[in-house]
Write a protein that binds this ligand. Structure first.
Ligand code: 8YV
Length: 311
């Protein structure tokens, strides 16, 4: 019998720690919970969740004594926090430990797309170099760059881009004490004021479609869009239309609406850099995320204050 249920695909180290330190029972996905017996489900007090499938009240009701959902990740948009709170279930996430990696990747995507690094790599491998020069790309340093969402990760992205001599503009609910950076009250105004746009807002219903066709049009045909947040923030059909029709220079994307089965229209485009949601995917950061997830579970089981509570 296990007090902890771990859902998702964990690294060998995380699996060993979940099983060894917490006596966790491992399941591949949420679907497998209903196959547990009623007494097995009644034992569960904490769930370690690693996944992006919707976790709502119907799933929570399968575990009548659940007290904690400890999410592996900073973004908890897959978890219906309202449903959890209504059932007295606490939710935790893994903030801050992944800021560096995600911000690094955002800058890498902007550089890769500005300098057409993936296209140049493919061109070089195809043996084109002896026949002439690769077509000129576009400079990244010193441009006007918009950061949509100046939270923990957005701030790290802006700090890095400032080192690239960028003129920083941002959208956030309120103006931040960041002298020299230009606040915009809405995403369209932000997009109209900048050359390139980096999306760093949280996912979930309140930001769904925030980067609309209008925002993409305001960015314009020389603009590059980078998204390391959630696919849901972007009107993906409008983005694909703009990329296909040359109304946007390019996009660097780590997240998509229908992950991992992304829209096949992306695969035909040469003005996109596509990554398989690897923003936090380094050994160092994933180990820190796993450790924080387990600290929250240990805190709950030991009746200590949760380390990084959401609700
Ligand atoms: C995922 C992420 O958690 O932290 C987040 O919000 O999107 C990622 O780090 C990771 O893919 C594990 O599911």
């Amino acid at each position: 019998m296990a007090r902890v249920l771990a859902i998702g695909a964990y690294s060998d180290e995380d699996r060993a720690a979940l099983q060894g330190d917490l006596g966790a029972r491992m399941l591949a996905g949420l679907d497998a919970i209903s196959a547990l017996s009623v007494p097995e489900r009644a034992e569960v007090e904490a769930m370690a969740y690693k996944g992006h499938a919707a976790l709502d009240g119907a799933v929570m009701d399968l575990l009548p004594n659940l007290r904690l959902i400890a999410n592996f990740g900073v973004g908890y948009d897959a978890i219906n926090v309202g449903d959890a709170t209504a059932r007295g279930i606490r939710v935790t996430n893994t903030p801050d430990v992944l800021n560096d990696d995600v911000a690094d990747l955002a800058v890498a995507l902007l550089l890769a797309e500005s300098r057409r690094m993936v296209a140049a790599d493919i061109w070089t491998r195809a043996g084109n170099w002896p026949q002439g020069e690769f077509p000129l790309a576009r400079k990244m340093s010193g441009r006007r760059i918009g950061v949509l969402g100046l939270g923990r990760i957005g701030r790290e992205i802006a700090d890095r881009l400032a080192a690239f001599k960028a003129e920083i503009h941002y959208f956030a609910r309120s103006e931040k004490p960041t002298p020299g950076w230009q606040w915009h009250a809405d995403p369209v105004a932000l997009a109209a004021a900048v050359d390139d746009l980096v999306i760093a807002v949280v996912g979930g219903p309140e930001t769904a479609g925030l980067v609309s066709a209008e925002v993409i049009a305001a960015l314009g045909p020389d603009g590059i869009l980078v998204n390391i947040s959630r696919g849901s923030v972007v009107d993906e059909a409008a983005l694909l239309d703009a990329l296909e029709q040359g109304r946007l220079r390019g996009a660097g994307l780590d997240v998509f609406v229908n992950e991992p089965r992304i829209d096949p229209r992306f695969l035909a485009l040469s003005n996109v850099t596509l990554l398989p949601h690897v923003g936090s995917a380094t050994h160092e950061t994933r180990a820190a995320m796993g450790a924080l997830q387990r600290q929250n579970i240990l805190a709950l089981l030991g009746d200590e204050p949760l380390v990084t509570p959401v609700n």
